[in-house]
Each structure stands twice: as C-alpha cells, then as structure tokens.
Write a protein that binds this ligand. Structure first.
Ligand SMILES: C[S@@+](CC[C@H](N)C(=O)[O-])C[C@H]1O[C@@H](n2cnc3c(N)ncnc32)[C@H](O)[C@@H]1O
Length: 326
C-alpha cells in the first residue's frame, strides 16, 4: 500500500496551484481570498507588490510603477492593451502580478480588423530614410509612418510611435485627482510619449457608455477614461471621429489628467501604411522635467453646474472640467 502524500507535499501543491490562479483575480477577489489563510494572504500581498511595480505588466519596454504617498490605494485594476482593439467578452481577465513569473510573454490577439488588405507600403528594405514614400509631415510633424504593408522592420526610423513607451514614466496618486501620469526623466519637446489605447467604440456605444459613466461618477469614487477625438477639415467641419474607451481595457494614457491651459502634451493622429484607422498619439509640446505631471486638454469647457470640479491648478483654470458632448 502506498503511503499518503506528506503534509509538506500537500502544502507545496496547494501553493503551486495558488500561484497559477491568484494572478488572474481582481483586487476584490484577491482581498476576499486572502482572508482564508496565511499562505494566501502572503501570496496576495506579493501579487499586489508586483502589480504596483509595473502597471504595464511588461507590455511596455520599461516598467511604469504606481507611487502613492497620499492614501492606501496600491494600484488601479484594469486590463492592459498597448494598442487599440475591438473588445470581445472573452477578454475579461488578464494574468498580472505573479511573483514567480512577473514578466510573462504578453499575449493579446491584435485583431486583423486593423489591416486594410491589398494596400501597398514602401519598398525601402529593412530601414527607411527621408525618401521613404510612407513619410508624410504636417507642420513639421510626422503624421504617416511605415506599417503592416511595408517590408521594413520595427527598428525602422519611420515607426517612432510603434515601439511602445520608451520614456521613463510613473503613475502618482495626486490629492483630489486620483492617479496622474508623471515624467520620471527629462523629456525634450516633440518626443513621442504614448498612444491612447483602449476599446474602439461606435459613436452609439460611446454615447451609451458615457451616460453610464456620468451616473457612476455622480456617486463619486469612479473615474472613466473615454476619449473622443475628432479630425477637422480646413473648413472646420468635423470629418472623422474616433471613440476610445480605456476605462476597462487601456494603457498608461488612461492616467493622464486634464489641464485647462492645454497641458504639456499634444495629440496627433498618426496613420500607418496598411492600417485601417489612425492612432491617437501624445507628444511633448515643450521640455518636461523629471517629476512633472503630464497633461492635456480634454476639450472645450462647457460650463455645466454638474460638471466635475477641476483641480488642474493652472492659472487659467475654469474650475470645472470639460464634459465631452458625445
Ligand atoms: C482619464 S482619467 C485620468 C486618471 C484618473 N485621475 C485616475 O485616477 O484614473 C479622467 C478622470 O480623472 C480625473 N481628473 C482628470 N483631470 C482632472 C482635473 N484636472 N481635476 C480633477 N480631476 C481630474 C476625473 O475624475 C476624470 O474623470
């Protein structure tokens, strides 16, 4: 007769299974499970520490930590995507914060919707130069990059916004504003910081969600990140609109707060060869020192008495945040 497994073996097996399962849990679920025994409580604490050390969970080239000296929130939970996607109900959880495997190979199914089949890119070879047919400048700013239909590699110089977040950033808890995105190094003017990534929505769905978010915001303690960007013709008529919701699925750009003076970031719509839609990208509009908060203007201020109070602190602050008329 074989002897029963030792207590040590049972404990080891229990821990191995817990280490595989717990990184899939939300903070609420982790907190509930951590009440059940010391082992799970210790493991939950280690997962929380790993999560706070990198909001990007290795999707970006550099870690982007949460720093909080204001209250007890260690991090905000959301699903990470480095670029926009069309969400599906299957994408409901993401493995995040395993102490044993803190840098899993990120797996996201980048939808083929994004590619326009049959388009022709450049044929420069591995690396493009200023003669590249994909390169389009508007007001000195590159607005068209190489893309899926080109032969060049990701290392090509005309793909500046496709390499993820390459400047050091941190997410800092700010009095009255929740989290904010901050520079953790000097960033010169005109440099790419990050894309605004999240779920691409139809205007109908964006309107529906905005109403839900407005209601939740009234209850306090809820922060949404639904961005609407419009492109205008020289006649000032809007010709294109893109709705990106980073509230549930997004990237670090979801932490950028509003500033009434326009902030220190400018928004540029970048198109790339073969891609169906442009991407909303943030570039520094002036030199930014290490430790400065990054911000941009959320849009026209419509002074509504029920609008959120603005704490941007700029000398031209309107006192109320712009409300997007979606
Ligand atoms: C895209 S999120 C920015 C990140 C957010 N602070 C957080 O903690 O997740 C937008 C929300 O941040 C807050 N926020 C942004 N800018 C603000 C400002 N200037 N003053 C007060 N709250 C601000 C509002 O709650 C707003 O709905």
């Amino acid at each position: 007769m074989s002897s029963p497994p030792s207590k040590r073996y049972e404990q080891h097996r229990f821990l191995s299974i817990a280490e595989l399962l717990l990184p899939w849990l939300t903070p609420q679920e982790l907190s509930t499970i951590s009440c059940t025994c010391h082992t799970l409580s210790r493991l939950s604490k280690r997962i929380t520490a790993v999560r706070s050390s990198d909001a990007s969970r290795s999707f970006e080239p550099l870690p982007i930590p949460f720093i909080n000296t204001v209250d007890s929130h260690p991090y905000t939970y959301f699903l990470y995507t480095p670029t926009c996607l069309i969400s599906s109900p299957d994408f409901a959880r993401q493995f995040w914060g395993s102490p044993l495997n803190p840098n899993p190979i990120p797996q996201i199914n980048f939808d083929s919707f994004a590619e326009v089949s049959g388009t022709v890119g450049c044929d420069c070879g591995e690396i493009c130069d200023e003669e590249c047919s994909c390169l389009v400048l508007r007001g000195g700013v590159v607005v068209t990059e190489c893309g899926m239909s080109c032969d060049c590699e990701l290392s090509c110089g005309n793909r500046e916004t496709q390499k993820g977040v390459t400047v050091e950033l941190k997410i800092v808890r700010v009095e009255n504003k929740g989290w904010g995105l901050f520079a953790a190094q000097f960033i010169p003017s005109g440099l790419f910081v990050c894309e605004y990534a999240g779920e691409l929505l139809t205007t109908k769905e964006a309107n529906r969600r905005q109403q839900v978010y407005d209601e939740l915001t009234k209850g306090g303690r809820f922060s949404s990140a639904l961005l609407v960007v419009r492109e205008f013709l020289p006649s000032r008529k809007a010709c294109f609109r893109i709705n990106i919701d980073a509230t549930r699925i997004g990237n670090v750009a979801r932490f950028i707060n509003h500033s009434c003076d326009g902030g220190n970031l400018s928004t540029v719509l970048i198109r790339s060869s073969g891609a169906l839609l442009p991407r909303v990208c943030f570039f520094t509009s002036r030199d930014i020192q290490a430790g400065e908060e990054l911000s941009f203007s959320y849009g026209d201020v419509r002074l509504r008495p029920e609008g959120l109070h603005c704490f941007c602190g700029s000398s031209c602050c309107f006192g109320i945040m712009p409300s997007e008329d979606t």
